[in-house]
Design a protein around this ligand. Sequence first.
Ligand SMILES: Cc1ncc(C[n+]2csc(CCOP(=O)(O)OP(=O)(O)O)c2C)c(N)n1
Ligand SMILES: [Mg+2]
Length: 642
Amino acid sequence: MSSAYPYAPATTVRLTVGQAVVRFLAAQHSERDGKERRLIAGMFGIFGHGNVAGVGQALLENAVTCADDPDVAPMPYWLMRNEQGGVHAAAGFAKETRRRQTLAVTTSIGPGATNMVTGAALATTNRLPVLLLPSDQFATRYPDPVLQQLEDPRSLDVSVNDAFKPVSRSWDRINRPEQLMPSLLNAMRVLTDPAETGAVTICLPQDVQAEAYDWPVEFFDKRVWHIGRPQADPAALARAVEAIRTAQRPLLIAGGGVIYADGAQALRDFATATGIPVADTQSGKGAINFDHESSVGGVGATGNSAANCLAAQADLIIGVGTRYSDFTTASHTAFARPDVRFVNVNVQAFDAAKLSATMVVGDARDTLDALRAGLEGWRTDDGYRAEVARLRQEWDAVVEQCYHRDHSPLPAQTEVFGALNEALAERDVIINAAGSMPGDLQCLWRASSPDQYHLEYAYSTMGYEIPAALGVRLAMGPDDDRNVVTVVGDGSYQMLPMELATIAAEGLKVIVVLLQNHGFASIGALSESVGSQRFGTKYRMRNDSTGRLDGAQVPLDLAANAESWGLKVLRCNGIADFRSHLRTALDGDEAVVLYIETDLLGPNPPGSSWWDVPVAEVSALESTQAARAAYEQGKRAQRHHL
Ligand SMILES: Cc1ncc(C[n+]2csc(CCOP(=O)(O)OP(=O)(O)O)c2C)c(N)n1
Ligand SMILES: [Mg+2]
């Protein structure tokens, strides 16, 4: 069939698929509120036979030619130590840039690829953009089974990379070079869509990576992806305004969506104008400054008594940019009034619809401004605001106590957080993800800026903390003099310490606070509360007489271990020592590990909530039977909001 307009690209450039991937990614930009940045700011990688001659060769060629070739933008490359660490670093990077930028990760096939699955799930659960480029088995299938290929007799098309499908927002496999063009364009769209973003996986068969193709040059032109601010439907706004106007005891819950939308100021203005108290989730902390008269701190399972008391009696919950995890809803027990209603503001309809809410699908910042305008002249009543002020004050005294306990012989970890909270500057960053620390931090931390509190508590992945610090530091760039402090438990440390080597090799300044309590304070306490007697939650030697892991402490010197990666380690003997070494570390210009032993048994901040962890219904153990009775009692408060 002939056409009057046969398409032929004016100019083509012959590159391998690997080279095309690198050149394309280096030309992508994001734009929000008029400011442009590189979208894919660099690439982490570990090479194996799957990518060394494909994407690996392309990165080398990029590094060698970019200085002399105006058509080639540089693609910074970092060698991480574990592919999972690379994805965590990319997620940390994306979170620090509020999802305007991210990094790509290239891996070999097989184990190098599947090492990224946990990182992909973390990114998708947290709604953070990361671009994953696992290598894949041969598209031609000539040498099958290639080293590290999983063979599935039911389908020759299956590879281990199919494991990325449920943990990615977008997934593709490039079996022919031409497929790369629509695939990469779609990938950029997903990464920059605030409602859809998460892990994007493009699998690159190792033979295809090295294959050459004549690419239209316009494929590599600079492209700008506009990160939008979807505007709420006026009718939905009117419904939300009406719901708020008729509420007596409204409570706003600020989630990460407020911070990602740069909505902190809009939230503060909204709270000032309306007098509505504002509680926060793990990813929303800092959206409102802790000393704002409306700020009531963390809500839910690890929340404080002020926020939880207000949640229990609220007749309206306004959820902004929150996905309502079970920690926020206290497993659907936090909002106790039978007549409680919900208004949810979210860029994603899926989240906006939760808890049978009045949905407002839109950008958090602009919607908060629109709601404030719609509520002009309306304010919560004086009695409610006085109650909020009293609850705030009462909780503040508890924080003070937790921060200055003088617990002995070992300090409570809350004292370490007190020292950190008092020493960190407003825009320094504290990072954490798993263990008993996120709960304490959610309860206690006083954040005055939306930059300070970097918690990954959607996937709560042990091992995120150190690679995330690497990613945050890279995102800040060399001229940013803010401090990055990552808090890591001994369990998390033993799971994924190896990016300390990357931090050392890159000469980056991060401060690692390593809390040694010889076990799982978190799961130990949980185990006790569910009647499981802290079984298997301490790092102890096998005891010959009991046959269990309840012998002497495992003689592992984590401080010496940290030193062995090439970092300066300061052993802190108590809180006064910690405070002084922390000052040295903050003021210095090198990476430091602050090692401190803390009490495995707390004390932790007082709890005021519930978390649904089912207890064995039948058991020969009294501890389990008692826990089951308490569980059934707790469960009575649980409900669906319909
Ligand atoms: C990868 C991973 N495995 C298991 C868990 C379950 N888990 C949550 S906290 C925790 C223990 C963490 O120990 P540590 O880092 O020492 O912190 P601590 O509880 O002592 O504060 C475990 C096993 C997890 N969150 N992530
Ligand atoms: Mg521990």
